[in-house]
Design a protein around this ligand. Sequence first.
Ligand SMILES: *[C@@H]1O[C@H](CO)[C@@H](O)[C@H](O)[C@H]1NC(C)=O
Ligand SMILES: *[C@@H]1O[C@H](CO)[C@@H](O)[C@H](O)[C@H]1NC(C)=O
Ligand SMILES: *[C@@H]1O[C@H](CO)[C@@H](O)[C@H](O)[C@H]1NC(C)=O
Length: 190
Amino acid sequence: MLPSVVAAVAFSAGVALGCEIPAQAPSSNIPGGFAIQIQSPDFPAADGHFMNTWLWGGGDFHLFVSPAGNATNNFTLVDGVITYPLDPIRRAVINGEYEPKDNTTKMFMTERGDPRGVFTVVYGCNPSDDSLQLELATPEQGTSGVQGNMGVRPFNGDLDFRWQPIGTTVSDPDRPWHKVTLVVRPAASA
Ligand SMILES: *[C@@H]1O[C@H](CO)[C@@H](O)[C@H](O)[C@H]1NC(C)=O
Ligand SMILES: *[C@@H]1O[C@H](CO)[C@@H](O)[C@H](O)[C@H]1NC(C)=O
Ligand SMILES: *[C@@H]1O[C@H](CO)[C@@H](O)[C@H](O)[C@H]1NC(C)=O
């Protein structure tokens, strides 16, 4: 191979070229079922893993990075809220174990009326193969008007999901929080 060709191949393999994003914004309702895959190229412990459920007591499910907990591809999205269509219906809420050290709050699933995690659905390009994907971005805590990022953080040897408001200025080196991208993986293709 000519050196210039080698260089061109290396370039295309290492750089996302930008898939074609549809002009129309995606719906904030996704009937599902779908699994949620995590992308965090800078944090391999979570990259490519899935959001799993963990029956926690009182009918709540806490959310963990796989392989902890149980895998599911039965999530739906209702008005931006990750929903688990069981009886009773569980919804993802942002309302637990606030931690001032990194300004994060836990996201988990419950039938109760805690402030929900309200995500904006956006198109993105898969950083590894450049395919078009649906991402759950910038969750808002209920109707607070405060938008954040979703991330993961160590919890008893596993990783759980925590919300951090955009613009947060604190971090906890003893228990680092890593921002992640949540990707919708429809059951049919999962
Ligand atoms: C996983 O699912 C099984 C079957 O529903 C249940 O018995 C078990 O408690 C679940 N485990 C976790 C960690 O949620
Ligand atoms: C998804 O839902 C279907 C229908 O209720 C059920 O049979 C299946 O076990 C569920 N799968 C998972 C992984 O939760
Ligand atoms: C924590 O988040 C709130 C918004 O909920 C924000 O007002 C505050 O400035 C943040 N604190 C720090 C230390 O970043």
